[in-house]
Design a binder for this molecule. Sequence first.
Ligand code: NDP
Ligand code: 2IT
Length: 445
Amino acid sequence: MNLEKIMNDLEKKHPGEVEYLQAVREVLESIEDVVNQNPQIEAKGIIDRIVEPDRVLMFKVPWVDDHGKVHVNLGYRVQFNNAIGPYKGGLRFHPSVNLSILKFLGFEQIFKNSLTTLPMGGAKGGSDFDPKGKSDAEIMRFCQSFMLELWRLIGPETDVPAGDIGVGGKEIGYMYGMYKKLTMEHVGVLTGKGINWGGSLIRPEATGFGAVYFAQEMLATRGQNFKDKVVAVSGFGNVAWGAITKLNQLGAKVVTISGPDGYIYDPDGISGDKIEYLLELRASNQDIVKPYALEFPGAQFVPGKRPWEVKVDVAMPCATQNELNKEDAEKLVANGCICVAEGANMPSTPEAIEVFKHAKILFAPGKAANAGGVATSGLEMTQNSMKLSWSREEVDARLHEIMRNIHNSCVKYGTQEDGYIDYVKGANVAGFLKVANAMMDQGVL
Ligand code: NDP
Ligand code: 2IT
């Protein structure tokens, strides 16, 4: 496989799609040896086929604000690969959304979903709509307008979207309502649904819980656990909340959260009432980080910075892509951090990952560590198909088991000669092989 040629051709075809090209390069670098050892992969054109989405759908989303003004946003669905199951992946509503970001997320989703062991293909979608500061009625109208286009492209056996940044239970509810109205069908076409109308227990917590379960497995490879570990978390959204909740249960102390304008350092630990307070702020669409420092005087707001300068044992980036760069990684390593588990998708830059690998600290990429979210979406789909609901304990036990299996796959494919586990390689190779084999079985499509 000629990696540089493939990347050069892709750069020419998709100029400026920085995040997408970054994600593709990372995967191709990891699987190069496996591809070279298996000539069938090249003969069947698997690499050329897997790096391009099956289709990209783009549409306008007009909506009317509370003052009667008309707005037009862009909507997208990138259906990347359905070799092992229906397209599956979240919807992101954030002003930064563009095709490159959704293609990177859709591409990553192929391998993540493959790792879960469940039958799900890869997709992603969303809009450049900014939910911040919008009223409930505005969000509802936007979601309804978005679904007026999206419903044609999705279905419970075709493509099953879910949440991501800016899309939580509320947005899923409004979109589901419109889908149901248009099709007259009450089916499992979205995951992350409300618990009374087809949702799964544990789905809201699943990504964060899963990331902590994964990190527990990583720590165990070095005879360690979370008891009394000091942890830096970034963001305070769905994933960060789940991770912090589980970290507290396991006896760790979480000392940071962050937003786009800076981070909070709370040396006493972020737990209990403090989390309740944060959730209230979040539910009312308010800024989180600054008010926290005013409410809890032991805490400090550090404007314009990211939490990676704090001395911690474990770091869990849970906000967004490329939020942890080389300098951040060097600070973490210098401060004695032993483990980085990505709750977000691609939060560490390639240069940061190099620093972690060079220092031989434990590092898990998002497609392994945050796969518990989509895995539990898969469990929601299973429950919908059976028209049954599992208990919290049952879903949590299955999630835990899936995270252990993903860890085992990473160990199997990522263990180096000196015993160091390259989780990036392990996750990419394990995720890729299953999809590549399915594509080879199914012919050139
Ligand atoms: P939320 O919208 O619930 O939370 C996002 C958090 O990240 C917020 O704290 C937000 O701050 C912060 N954030 C978002 N964009 C930026 C930015 N450009 N710069 C700095 N901070 C930012 O999203 P999720 O928790 O669902 O998603 C977080 C990450 O986890 C994403 O990478 C997502 O792709 C990934 N993920 C999510 C899964 C899920 O099930 N939800 C599953 C697997 C991965 P603020 O609100 O103040 O803007
Ligand atoms: O990035 C992700 O895995 C998600 N946003 C969750 C996708 C899903 O379909 O549950």
